[in-house]
Design a protein around this ligand. Structure first.
Ligand code: GDP
Ligand code: MG
Length: 473
């Protein structure tokens, strides 16, 4: 009986097999393709986005049963390989994906990137196209113009009056005389009357002179002075600029996590940071603050470069520590510029020392940005953690890599803007566009010194982060 039954059943199955095959094909393929959609970068970025918004991980359970090809370990490595990140509680990690499929030794990669940089700069550009710039033109004589909620920030010392004066002269000519945005001068020492008088000569805009409180400026008590001294000696022996200068460490920490807490800056949202002895080469004929506001962007930069790896040896590992504690994974923006933080082709020796961080960063001596981003919970919680390590002193973490890493992790990459149209110089690097409004710099030149060509990270940003280079300019 059993035999006959099983034979009949087998025969029936045999007869039905074409139909079954179709059913399996339709349903099976549907499920399979659903599985595969998990590995599709579009899909994963949306699912992860909703994931971090709602903290809903149920969609992962299909893959997380521990059986078959979708067990936890495989899921993690497959996800990292496909999309370059995994973001779950106590399981946050990132990986660089060589999407351009660049091959060769670092020197060869550099050559490719240099040529691409030059090629990109050949294009003549004018103003951003993703906003109606005509609505944010400078006011005409006598016209009532409502300014954005913004200020020009300059942290300076009394003895830098002539150098900051040089910057302001150009800055006024190229931009601010058209708008008269107010200045906020910051200093850890009281500004001298002579300094204030001198600044008033450079601009008609309102000026505020602020002494930073010691709580926001000085080394915090939990930093061990003995350890600091020891570490500073080591960095100094390795020729790291400013390694032993405590005031420089204070400055970096202040700009990293405290400037937006200065009481006099609470009334402002946007700022443009300027520094002594910088140059502006382009006549800017629109309100850059209203541009950020109107496009909902939080940060604008001009120069993008590598850092001295020894200054940020453990910044990335500490950041991963932070993201893998409590529910801090939720701060990661899955549409962030992570890949740029991890690029490892042009200067791979750097990533080896930094635990994976490329050291690519926006050069923060030029910033046009939204302080509310830095005031937000994600950036602040992360900064508090970093500060608690004392490594603004034991290492020499700069405010530029800190701002940049925070932006790349917690902001959407679309909220970060390359002010490609603004010609700018801070010794020894340029952003010099082919723009009819640009004068006195050499188009596409990156550095005053040829041997610094390998410090340029702009192409890595363009190719690993920007979706469409031509969409904005
Ligand atoms: N008030 C004050 N400003 C400082 C101090 N150290 C640096 N700065 C300012 O911080 C900014 C960065 O310093 P800078 O010397 O230009 O550093 P670099 O651009 O990294 O070489 C500049 O605007 C300086 O004027 C300091 O001890 N006190
Ligand atoms: Mg400087």
């Amino acid at each position: 009986m059993i035999r006959a039954f099983s034979f009949r059943l087998r025969r029936r199955i045999l007869l039905l097999s074409p139909i079954l095959a179709v059913i399996i094909f339709i349903f099976g393929f549907g499920t399979l393709s659903a599985d595969h959609s998990y590995y599709n970068s579009e899909a994963i970025s949306t699912s992860f986005k909703s994931l971090s918004d709602k903290f809903d991980f149920t969609y992962l359970q299909n893959f997380a049963s521990g059986n078959g090809p979708y067990n936890r370990g495989n899921l993690k490595s497959a996800t990292l390989d496909q999309v370059g990140y995994i973001v779950e509680p106590n399981n946050v990690d990132f990986k660089f994906i060589n999407r351009r499929n660049l091959k060769g030794k670092p020197a060869e990669i550099l050559k490719i990137n240099e040529e691409r940089y030059k090629e990109i700069f050949k294009k003549e550009i004018t103003e951003p196209k993703d906003f109606d710039i005509d609505t944010i033109r400078p006011p005409k004589e006598g016209e009532n113009y409502v300014l954005a909620n913004a200020t020009i920030i300059a942290l300076v010392r009394n003895h830098e009056s002539s150098m900051i004066g040089k910057s302001i002269r150009q800055f006024e000519k190229k931009f601010n005389s058209k708008f008269n945005y107010p200045y906020t001068f910051l200093n850890d020492q009281p500004f001298a009357e002579s300094f204030k008088r001198r600044m008033a000569k450079y601009s008609n805009a309102p000026m505020e002179f602020v002494t930073i409180s010691p709580e926001l400026w000085n080394r915090p008590d939990f930093v061990d002075p003995e350890r600091q001294k020891k570490e500073m000696e080591i960095m100094d022996k390795h020729n790291i600029a400013y390694a032993k200068k405590e005031s420089y460490h204070n400055m970096c920490r202040f700009y990293s996590g405290n400037f937006y807490n200065v009481p006099e800056l609470q009334k402002y949202r946007y700022y443009w940071r300027i520094e002594p002895d910088v140059k502006f080469y382009t006549n800017i004929k629109y309100d850059v603050f209203k541009y950020l506001e109107g496009t909902k962007k939080v940060y604008g930069f001009t120069i993008n470069l590598y850092d001295i790896q020894e200054t940020v040896k453990t910044l990335w590992p500490e950041t991963l520590n932070f993201l893998n504690q409590k529910d801090n994974y939720k701060y990661v923006n899955v549409n962030g510029a992570h890949q740029w933080l991890l690029e490892n082709l042009q200067n791979p020796q750097i990533n080896k020392m930094t635990g994976g961080y490329s050291t690519c960063h926006f050069w923060s001596n030029f910033e046009i940005a939204d302080m509310d981003f830095f005031r937000g919970e994600a950036y602040n919680e992360w900064f508090k953690y970093l500060d608690s390590t004392g490594k603004f002193y034991y290492e020499r973490w700069g405010d530029a890599p800190i701002h940049s890493m925070g932006l790349a992790l917690f902001a959407d990459k679309k909220q970060i803007h390359w002010f490609r149209d603004i010609g700018y110089f801070h010794d020894p690097y340029y952003n010099c566009p082919r723009n009819p409004e640009t004068q006195l710099c050499e188009t596409s030149k990156f550095s005053k010194w040829e041997h610094l060509a390998d410090q340029n990270c702009m192409v890595n940003y363009i190719d690993n982060v920007m979706d469409d280079l031509d969409a904005i300019y």
